[in-house]
Design a protein around this ligand. Structure first.
Ligand SMILES: [Zn+2]
Length: 684
């Protein structure tokens, strides 16, 4: 999926999907239901495998055999990628219409200009080097600590997050209030572990990274004989940042990230950095309310800014700008960046066609304007009503489940119910799309547009600090094929982009919808009660509302899930990290159960579904599994094992099902069937 959309919290929302790259190319076919029940494709089953031995293979085996991963994608999935492919085609048509005829409104003109400048390769080739020079120019003028702080503010408000990150976040203990948040950042590799691991694969990847940095420096004008040494300098600085960074698993514990020390505390923690100059240059000279997510990181930063020579820091800042701007520059930069970040890290052979990159850019820059036209074309009020209906069913099932859980005591049960009742549901698109009046679009320069849209976004974000949060805000654009739960807002959101077949169809049997989108909705609701989400209360505040005994019982159950998933091996030499993926796995387990309960109660007054080879409940499970059929390149698989809090699709299907007696009876599995786990995990 696209890189995590700029989100409000330190804590990116608990995304349903994954962390890198977007999906899909090639055949933009609508998902076919060639025979049998609409919404379930019987032609992609592998009937040589028993559903009770390996349900994922049974449901998706035929699809896996016949599906080639498109050359320009790191992986491909029947649900997400195919939906994304169709959504992108719709967006492309809309943007081509915007460029073809003179726009009648300001947003339409901006959308057209953004897309046209992005598509105009000849102009990019001509103007990019002058544009890059103007990006790098100010770095050469840094002479002292104040200049360094000003330059960091300039970059942070534009392209890149070198050395650290500063953005708004709800105060964990008073979530309606937005404060500033300082956090670790500044690496060129996908995770701190890439700098620290000592195995052979990691060593050789680091060598390749050094080569990549060196080539990018040469492209940006550094003399060949100096570039290798500069790459070493850059790597050494990034490695120091990596060593001081918190791991992904540590970051899943909210209290590790909460240190509200305010401006005075920040100045005392890292006095060598000119904070006041930095905040003044960002345009918020009076900011006081600040959380430091990672104090150890800022202690190291404090040393780094005086121990490293200023020339070395400037070298690092130049690299970070070139790296951040690469996809907006001329062909050699684009190709070099692709060859390391996509080819090497994800195994992808070909770069996405330009139009897909440009559709992605415009969605990123003006998604709530472009998205409203998308919604008008693909969604509509009946879609919203139907989706809401399923969510309400899921929430009632969660209520029943909380009311009857044997391991709950009354005070904790009451607090859990209150939290559930207060979850805000967002469906489809924002009620009030944001204004793009202040966004400056330059019809003649793609790079200038990348910069101005980043500056527009940064201004919008920084303006939130010191104010109550805007409850209408969305953290994803409407065409996004994804969903989220944000614990600090206690809200779930399902963009119109994911409410499409085969995740959600307006004409498919209810069993299939509940299995596919119902499971996704149950997943997001359960996030409010996973190991991380449960630490926030109904108002989104970090507060312990669990009694001691119930807390111990939750942890025991969660540990069962950690052990179950740690045993899975997506690659012959790499296991899933059961701790990194715990929240997502708990959400998958709970989500599927809630979806089935909701489906059962929706069945009560309804006639049976259309005739099919399969029973209604079998269709429910097939609808779920076939929404997840997936293939990944091995390089991509390895990358995601390291950085993605979600398990691969095979285990998102078989993992929850192997804990689910309702599944065993729906498929009449013998007690010895492989899908039946001996030690079954039950959380919610
Ligand atoms: Zn999730």
């Amino acid at each position: 999926m696209s890189k995590t959309r700029a989100t409000l919290s330190v804590f990116s929302p608990l995304l349903l999907l994954t962390v890198v790259s977007t999906t899909s190319t090639s055949s933009a076919q609508a998902p076919s239901a060639s025979d049998g029940t609409p919404g379930v494709d019987e032609s992609i089953l592998d009937r040589s495998v028993s559903p009770c031995d390996d349900f994922y293979r049974f449901a998706c085996g035929g699809w896996i055999k016949k599906t080639e991963i498109p050359a320009d994608r790191p992986g491909w999935s029947r649900g997400f990628s195919e939906i994304n492919e169709r959504n992108q085609t719709v967006l492309k048509d809309l943007l081509e219409q915007s460029t073809a005829k003179p726009a009648t409104d300001a947003n339409g003109k901006k959308l057209g200009d953004l897309y046209k400048a992005c598509m105009d390769e000849p102009t990019i080739e001509k103007t990019a080097s002058a544009d890059l020079a103007s990006l790098l120019g100010p770095i050469g003028k840094i002479k002292n600590a104040d200049d360094l702080a000003k330059e960091l503010a300039r970059q942070h408000a534009g392209i890149g997050k070198p050395l650290f990150d500063f953005s708004p976040s709800p105060d964990f203990k008073n979530a309606n209030q937005i404060i500033g948040n300082l956090d670790q950042s500044g690496l060129g590799l996908p995770d701190r572990d890439y700098y620290l691991k000592t195995d052979e694969k990691s060593e050789s990847l680091r060598k390749e990274y050094l080569g990549h940095v060196e080539r990018m420096l040469v492209l940006s004008g550094v003399a060949k004989d100096k570039a290798a040494a500069q790459a070493q300098t850059i790597f050494a600085i990034e490695k120091r940042l990596a060593q001081a960074s918190m791991s992904r698993v540590e970051r899943r514990e909210p209290k590790n990230l909460y240190h509200r020390i305010d401006l005075d505390g920040v100045v005392a923690l890292a006095p060598n950095f000119a904070w006041k100059t930095y905040f003044a240059a960002l345009g918020i000279p009076t900011v006081k309310e600040i959380n430091v997510a990672t104090p150890e990181f800022f202690k190291e930063l404090n040393k780094l800014v005086v121990e490293e020579k200023l020339e070395n820091l400037k070298t690092y800042l130049r690299w970070q700008q070139v790296h951040g701007a690469a996809m907006g520059l001329s062909k050699p930069f684009v190709e070099e960046s692709f060859s390391f970040y996509s080819k090497r890290l994800t195994g992808t052979d070909k770069i996405l066609p330009r139009w897909k990159r440009c559709v992605g850019f415009v969605d990123h820059a003006m998604g709530e304007s472009l998205g409203m036209s998308f919604v008008a074309k693909t969604f509509g009020d009946d879609g919203k009503a139907k989706a809401l209906d399923i969510i309400h069913g899921i929430e009632s099932s969660m209520e029943q489940s909380i009311k009857t859980l044997p391991w709950m005591d009354e005070p904790t049960r009451k607090a859990a119910l209150e939290k559930l009742h207060r979850i805000a549901n967002k469906i489809g698109f924002p009620e009030k799309p944001r204004s793009y009046d202040a966004l400056v679009v330059n019809p003649g320069s793609h790079l200038k547009n990348i910069l101005s849209s980043a500056q527009f976004e940064s201004k919008r974000e920084l303006a939130k600090i010191g104010k109550p949060r805007d409850k209408g805000e969305w953290l994803m654009t409407p065409p996004t094929v994804n969903a989220y739960y944000e614990p600090l807002f206690n809200e779930i959101a399902f963009p119109a982009g994911i409410l499409q077949p085969p995740m959600f169809g307006r004409t498919v049997p209810r069993a299939v919808n509940y299995g596919a989108i119902g499971m996704v909705m149950g997943h997001e609701v359960t996030h409010g009660f996973d190991d991380e989400g449960r630490q926030f209360d109904a108002d989104g505040n970090l507060r312990d509302w669990w009694s001691q005994t119930v807390n111990t019982e939750f942890n025991r159950r969660a540990q069962c899930v950690v052990e179950q998933y740690s045993g899975y091996k997506p690659l012959p030499d790499a296991n899933i990290d059961g701790k990194l993926t715990l929240g997502e796995n708990i959400a998958d387990l709970g989500g599927l159960k809630l979806a089935l309960l909701a489906y059962r109660s929706s069945q009560k007054d309804q006639p049976a579904a259309a005739k099919s080879t399969y029973s209604d409940e079998q269709l429910f499970f097939l609808g779920m599994a076939q929404a997840w059929c997936e293939r990944r390149r091995p390089e991509y698989s390895r990358l995601l094992i390291n950085v993605d809090p979600h398990s691969p699709a095979e285990f998102r299907v078989n993992g929850p099902l192997s804990n689910m007696p309702e599944f065993f009876s729906a498929w009449k599995c013998a007690p010895t069937a492989k899908m039946i786990r001996k030690n079954q995990c039950q959380v919610w």
